[in-house]
Design a protein around this ligand. Structure first.
Ligand code: BGC
Length: 464
């Protein structure tokens, strides 16, 4: 256990609050762009007379852009720094949103979707990475969870904006264009934010690193912090090559991060986020108003509120207990929802509603925030940028596959079996986490690095 971890509640400086603002704005943009399209689609369809294939392109090219953006993001964050990578994301968000809102035809609209997607991917890599590097060890989980909280607020806001603007056909331009405001806010916040001292030390700018450290953590003895970072950077004359990211030495953290990224998606979260209206419809919520209401509050609002559980506990009881408890809640509730679809009895609607609420709560305090936290803390800084990018791109790829094939799967094997398949992944995920995921809570990034060099250092309690 590190000295830092023991202090528990080091006070955050004003500059550190700017760091938190950057993380929150980036997350909100991620969530907003994820949630807003469902309400904008029907207006776009009418304006441009689009068929189903082009509608799918309009929907999914953000994910495609995010996949590309997350791969570029790691490279960029390593080359130009974490702060400038976030600035670039702010520019892309603003440009993409404006382009979508004035698009005269489908081509420009899709171009805008792609640009905003690249921004989402870039921010999804750069912002949590930046937060993980700047946070004191005893705050790291909460910093990265703040990112997840912001994603959920973004999704919730998008559901609300869609509902308010749904009256007028052409309002889809406003729905999509509104993201420009947050894009500009992100750019301004990132402009005022400090660069990551860890990155500055890595590229040999020690004076600047010391100045930033003094500014973000006044009153904290800088010498041991710098010595620890320099120690972990010592072998690093330059950034790792792509080949090195996949080197045997880093196989364990890579498998860990990629495994978590995949499990976060194949246990069904985005099938629920995107298709909640339809799921509630087939569970007996007959009017569109009742479906929207259920989605906005039972999914959107509950997702936000339950994320606070993670923020409260992630740096106290640790990552593993949250993951294990969450997977149990998710598995049991998905199983119950599957049964409700099978029985189609009078109580099916109520069971589905309660089941989905328990599922969202369980995801929000576990796989949602914990996955992003662990992905951002397990890699040595030499490979961190690129390795986080790989895990983030895999997460987007898995999200794309699940959201693309959910409806096809429901048609092929039926709703009950689809939900039980998600349950099955919760079970295998639980076993995998139990056996493979070490506890990283309260350790500095430098201490975590030692896990992989010396597996025996992983405390037995963390492995059992
Ligand atoms: C996931 C997203 C998901 C969101 C829901 C995030 O952690 O990466 O795919 O939509 O949580 O809150």
């Amino acid at each position: 256990m590190s000295k830092e971890a023991g202090t528990g509640a080091e006070r955050l400086s004003a500059l550190m609050m700017v760091v938190v603002a950057v993380i929150i704005l980036a997350g909100m943009l991620f969530g907003y762009d994820q949630g807003v399209i469902s309400g904008a689609l029907s207006g776009i369809k009418k304006s441009f007379g689009l068929g189903p294939t082009l509608l799918e392109v309009v929907t999914s090219w953000v994910t495609l852009g995010a996949l590309v953006g997350s791969l570029i993001g790691g490279e960029l964050a390593d080359r130009i720094g974490r702060k400038k990578a976030v600035l670039a994301a702010g520019v892309l968000f603003t440009l993409g949103a404006l382009l979508q809102s004035i698009a005269p035809d489908t081509l420009v609209l899709v171009g805008g979707r792609l640009i905003i997607g690249i921004g989402v991917g870039l921010a999804a890599v750069a912002a949590p990475l930046y937060g993980a590097e700047l946070a004191p060890a005893s705050w790291r989980g909460r910093f990265v969870s703040a990112y997840q909280l912001a994603i959920t607020i973004g999704i919730f806001l998008a559901y609300q904006v869609d509902a308010v603007l749904s009256g007028e056909e052409s309002n889809w331009r406003l729905m999509l264009g509104a993201a420009a405001v947050a894009g500009i806010a992100l750019f301004l916040a990132a402009l005022a934010a400090p660069e990551s001292p860890r990155w500055l030390l890595k590229v040999g700018r020690k004076e600047e690193a010391l100045a930033e450290l003094r500014a973000v953590r006044p009153g904290v003895d800088q010498a041991p912090v710098v010595a620890a970072i320099e120690g972990s950077l010592r072998e690093e004359a330059h950034n790792a090559s792509w080949a090195e990211v996949f080197d045997r030495r880093w196989r364990r953290p890579l498998m860990l991060a990629v495994g978590l990224a995949i499990y976060q998606q194949i246990t069904g979260i985005n099938a629920i986020i995107y298709y909640a209206d339809g799921i509630f419809a087939s569970a007996g919520f007959t009017t569109p108003a009742a479906q929207t209401m259920a989605t906005t509050w039972a999914i959107g609002a509950v997702n936000v509120l339950a994320t606070f559980i993670a923020i409260a506990y992630i740096d106290k009881i640790g990552r593993r207990p949250l993951l294990l408890a969450g997977l149990v809640g998710m598995g049991v509730s998905l199983f119950a929802v599957g049964c409700a679809f099978l029985s189609k009895g009078g109580a099916a609607g109520a069971v589905t509603l309660v089941g989905l609420v328990i599922f969202i709560i369980s995801f929000a305090f576990s796989l949602g925030p914990v996955v992003w936290t662990v992905i951002n803390e397990v890699f040595p800084s030499r490979v961190r940028g690129r390795a986080v990018a790989v895990a983030t791109a895999v997460n987007w790829g898995a999200a794309f596959v699940v959201s693309q094939f959910f409806l096809t799967l429901v048609e092929a094997i039926g709703r009950p079996a689809t939900f039980w398949l998600f349950t099955f992944f919760c079970v295998t995920g639980w076993v995998w986490v139990w056996r493979r995921v070490p506890e990283t809570n309260g350790r500095t990034l430098e201490e975590i690095e030692l896990f992989w060099a010396e597996p025996a250092l992983v405390p037995a309690a963390d492995r059992s």
